[in-house]
Structure formats: C-alpha cells, structure tokens
Design a protein around this ligand. Sequence first.
Ligand code: P5A
Length: 434
Amino acid sequence: MRLSRYFLPIIKETPSEAQIVSHRLMLRAGMIRQSSSGIYSWLPLGLKALKKVEAIVREEQNAAGAIEMLMPTIQSADLWKESGRYDDYGAEMLRITDRHQRDMLYGPTNEELITDIFRREVRSYKSLPLNMYHIQWKFRDEIRPRFGVMRGREFLMKDAYSFDVSKEEGVKSYNRMFVAYLRTFARMGLKAIPMRADTGPIGGDLSHEFIVLADTGESEVFFDKAFDGFDPMAEKAEFGADLQPIVDHWTSKYAATDEMHDPENCPADLNEGRGIEVGHIFFFGDKYSKALGASVQRSDGENTFVQMGSYGVGVSRLLGAIIEASHDENGIIWPESVAPFKVGLINMRVDDEACSTVCEDIYSQLEAAGVDVLYEDTNERAGGKFAKMDLIGLPWQLVVGPRGLKNGVVELKNRASGDRIEMTVEAAVAKLTA
Ligand code: P5A
C-alpha cells in the first residue's frame, strides 16, 4: 500500500478524551474514530489489525474442532422470553420494535439463538459433540462505555457454543476451548492468565476469565508470583501435539483461585495487580437446553437435555489489550503476528530519482513475495515520516536515503528493539521475505 494513496489520519497532539494509552494511540494512529458514545468506526489501519487478530482467533478455534457459522445481530425477543433472560438482562439490552410492533433486540450474546437452531435440527447423540462459533458484532448498552474499544457498547466478539450428551463430555469440550484460548493469546504476544470467575448473566458454575495484566485494566486480580506467561512450545513438549491435559493442571500452574480473591488474605506468593479480561468461558450444563427444550436421544434410547458451554473472546477489546501490553513513548509496537503491515518502507527523498527507483523496486519485490508493506512515498519531511512510523508501530522500518545509496546500503530498523542495521538492498529484501 502506498501511503500517498492510503487513508491514515494521524493526530499529532494527545487527544483529551482518552484516559488510557491504548485509546490515545488508537486515535492518534488513525485506527478508530468514535461515532457515538462507545461506538466506533474502524479506519483502514485499525481494520487491518482487527482482521489479523480475528484470523488468529479463527485458526485456533478451527484447530480445536469448532465450526464457523454466522448468526444475525438482530434477534427476536421471543427466544429470550422463553429462556427468562428478556427481563433478567435489564438495561444493558438494546430493545427494538419493528414496524409490526414485534419486540426485537440487538444481540448482546447468542446462547438462546444457537440453542434454538440446535433444537430444530439435532435429535441424536450421534451428532455430538458439536461446537459452533461465529465472529459477530454485539451490543451492550454499558452504563459507562470507556477506554475506547476496551469497553464499548458495540464490540466484536468471537462466541462459541458447545453441545454434548453428558456432563463429562461437556467438560472435555470446555477444556479444549480452555487450551485453545491459552494458545490464541500467546500467539498475539500476550500473557493471559486463566482465573476462576463468576458467571453473571450467562449462568452455570464452572467458568474462567482470561486476564492480561495491565495497570489500566478494569479487573483486580491476584496471581502467582512465578507466573511468566504461557509458552505453547514448552507445553507442547510436556503434553504432545494435541495439548489436551485436564483444566486443573492449567489453573494450578498459572492461576489464582477463588479464595485468593480476598485482598486481606492475599498469600505472600501472590502478586496483586490489575488486568484486562480478554476472554471468558462458561460451562452451564442444561440451563438453556432445559428452558428451550433442546434434547437428544442417548445411546440407551433415553432422552436427555443437551449439556452446553459458551466461550467468548473480546476480539475488538484485544486490540486495546495488545497496545496496552506493547508500546513505548513514541507509539505502538505491534507483535509481528497482528501487525497491520509488517514493513514500513520509508523513502527519505521522493524528489531524488535514485531513492525513488530503489524504493519502487523494493516495494514491488516485497509485494510480489506477499509481504504486507506500507510504502511511505509522501513528500513530508524525514522527521515527520520517522515519527509517524514509530507511532503506527510496524515491526520493521526500511529506510532508503540518498547518502546510504551512495554507499550501496539501506537501513533496517527493528521497532521493538530500536536496533538499526545498514545492509544492501538484496540483504534487506531477503531478510524481510525470509
Ligand atoms: C461467552 C460467549 C459471554 O457473553 N456468551 C457467549 C458468553 N461472555 S462475556 O464475558 O460476557 O463476554 C465475552 C468477552 O467479550 C468481551 N466484552 C467486551 N469487549 C468490549 N466491550 C464490552 N463492553 C465488552 N463486554 C464483553 C470481553 O473480552 C469478554 O471476556
């Protein structure tokens, strides 16, 4: 992408409405703009990063055996009246009346809708286990939307729903999602700690939140002092390729438990901190299947209400969490796995023929190799170009200037370490396409 043809509205000043660094940086880097309270437009750079995060979530869900589908944002209130949650959900639910005076709502979650689909189609234990997910916008009329995409009213969620014939099988499905979540967040460079959690309006008695430590987080947490993140490679060595131990192992290894939630009794080996909830999983058995009459025939011929769990990832919230975890005073530092572009190619002098020829050549080579590259081909002064590239935080900056070219070199800068290396064009292209 050529920056001269792109839409990247950078803000130089600190936006006064933003209280936390991720919100400030997402506004300044031209990723999002607020449309109304807690509702955002995703500008091109923001959308590109959101899609990268979404792709990792999708890959790990698919790898864990969940099947993608898509349910609508607008739901009929009838199902929610059947489950009893229409009244329970309260003011957070955005209620809508259509032209025929039918009660509708903008979905805050989809337990009812998926259970309705299931009960119409599935009759036998032979169709189980089944786990289906979608990545869809949700609406919750939060009393205090704040911190940008962290607590929005409209937000993107991945929500999966598992169906099993017995509680035992249901807990296995829960465990598979638990491990998929650890892998998902680790791939984004996040240290997410699973913690036992309350179930709130979703229900059930087995639940874990996945918390990314950050001083600006809204959740107060207690965690093992020895905690140093989830390392998928080490875990793979321990458990083999399928990564399916039981959940107790993970909670005892990484997480704080219920009784440790009391600050007065915080044991010496626990740290107290703040965190961002990036995921939340639930096992609630037959809560919805009983209310909506979703049953299957077991192998012994008896009918049983299906055992269910639901599993949420805050996809749009993750963008805020990643930036909270990875930035410096100059801007965002994207982990390569979720960076909107891998490389910023900086032409220091667009009016210099040699610089422009070399840049065009590098640009076409990188594009041809499938590398996501943002070519800074505007006639802004060099200082402004560097500041902008640091702000938007692409992992690599490749700087092409007339002085270097005289010596046959360009400069490759690593955004995270700040290291700069001079090398030939061929060596730089080889490194970035490796
Ligand atoms: C699980 C999937 C559920 O809704 N039903 C379907 C269950 N869980 S949850 O904890 O309420 O939400 C799942 C994740 O969504 C993110 N999230 C939000 N992100 C941004 N703004 C919000 N207002 C918001 N509310 C929830 C969180 O990451 C949460 O873990």
